[in-house]
Design a protein around this ligand. Sequence first.
Ligand code: F6P
Length: 519
Amino acid sequence: MKQFATYAPLNTLAERLKPIHLNQLFADNPQRFAQFHCQMPGAMLDFSKQKITAEVLDGLVAMAEEAQLKTWIDRLLSGDELNHTEGRKAWHTALRDLSHPLPEVQEQWQKMAFIVDEMHQRQLRGFSGKPITDVINIGVGGSDLGPLMITHALEMQKHPDSPDIHFVSTLDGRQLQSLLAKLNQETTLFIVASKSFTTIDTLSLAETAKSWMKQKCASPQSRMRHFIGISASPDKMKEWGILPQMQLAFWDWVGGRFSLWSSIGLTIALQLGMEGFKQMLAGAHAADVHFKNTPLHENIPALMGLIGIWNTNFLNLAGQAILPYDSRLKHFAGYLEQLEMESNGKHTRRNGDFVDYRTCPILWGEVGPNAQHAFYQLLHQGTERVMSDFILFKEGQGQDERALYHQNLNIANCLAQSRAMMVGQQSDDAHKHYPGDQVSSTLLMTRVDAYHLGMLVAFYEHKVFTQSVIWEINPFDQWGVELGKKIALSILESIDRHDAAHLDQSTQGILQQIWEHNR
Ligand code: F6P
């Protein structure tokens, strides 16, 4: 990052600000909230509890300008080939522009709408003629986390005719086995979701599902009517046996972790109806338009990204906590773990050089009220300095007395925690001393619905993109996951041959213990 002329002055500012407590920044500036929050319809970002000043903000925006962030945003949104290491566009934003849809995207919406309608009208029937009641999405990473996160969050907004939707991702097979033990072959449909259609996790589970179906249905043709395939590789889907009318497509220009907006979101559409799915797209598109058109000083996702850069590269914070104050966002942190760390957890610049600065911090999180009773101890008194994102929704779950009470309790707790992290508490008893000065932002969204969740996810996608531009890395590839996959295949061969002699001592030792136990 030293390549930027704006780096050195920001670094000087950081050294000056490091010893100044957040309390002091608030005391010095009665306009702090007014100055350091920004909004768009549906969302407000309060970053006044970050260790920044107007000068820092100007410096960060200048750095973004020096890195030509605006040009990069235009390139992203117009479908330029930004994923240069794989020779592809990264054009997920084209999936959510409802007023200018690409013909191929429109075609997939039609196919999805047809499946959703059939399912909701109980017209999609299994081999014995009974309507499908349960859908199991088999997929992993981007083919699982987005739909899982959204369908869980919007469970209460389920369409009355939605089937029951389940997610299976782990190759140990346990999730699938426990579901199959409860479900009936006649009324169960599988969605095999895999961009590549080569992922062993997904294909191994799909094969297990196939043999389960075979127990009750001898005809391959009838059996395969229980499998929908979603992939960017139609040939591989076909090869696996997915019937042509059961295939949904997306394209290599949609990255796996950016694919919930594509036909990978079929479970979302099944649960909410096509209208609900499109609401999610509309919310994300509103964030795209904001990202494109809003000056950087007021641009929510760009500021999220720049503040992250400030904390990581100038204030040297190594952790990012994600703290949604709504239990419906139970899977949100898991979703972001992939989005942020698979995108920006990299050490190579676009030009192939290794970076000599830090990139993506370790990100983790949990629903706030639960996290308070788990890892907040570290946030308040630990030795690691961490940045936190609090996510709060204005609207509660109802107007009755208890619902309002819970809503207020939730708001009070969210605000109490960010305030406690900021102000701390002096005490002569070291055990009761809280240093405070822990930075956080609060994203205040209107309500948990498809539109606002779409917007929230798109904010984080664009935060990631903003950071990738400053760090000069390609956020759209994931070479780092390949080595482990390759080694797993060779260890699997060793296990099959019962021969570990060529492996390292640790691997041999563990395998020997397993083999002895199971002899
Ligand atoms: O191994 C990582 C990864 O490629 C992710 O990027 C992706 O979301 C996941 O595996 C699943 O891939 P696919 O959808 O091709 O099965």
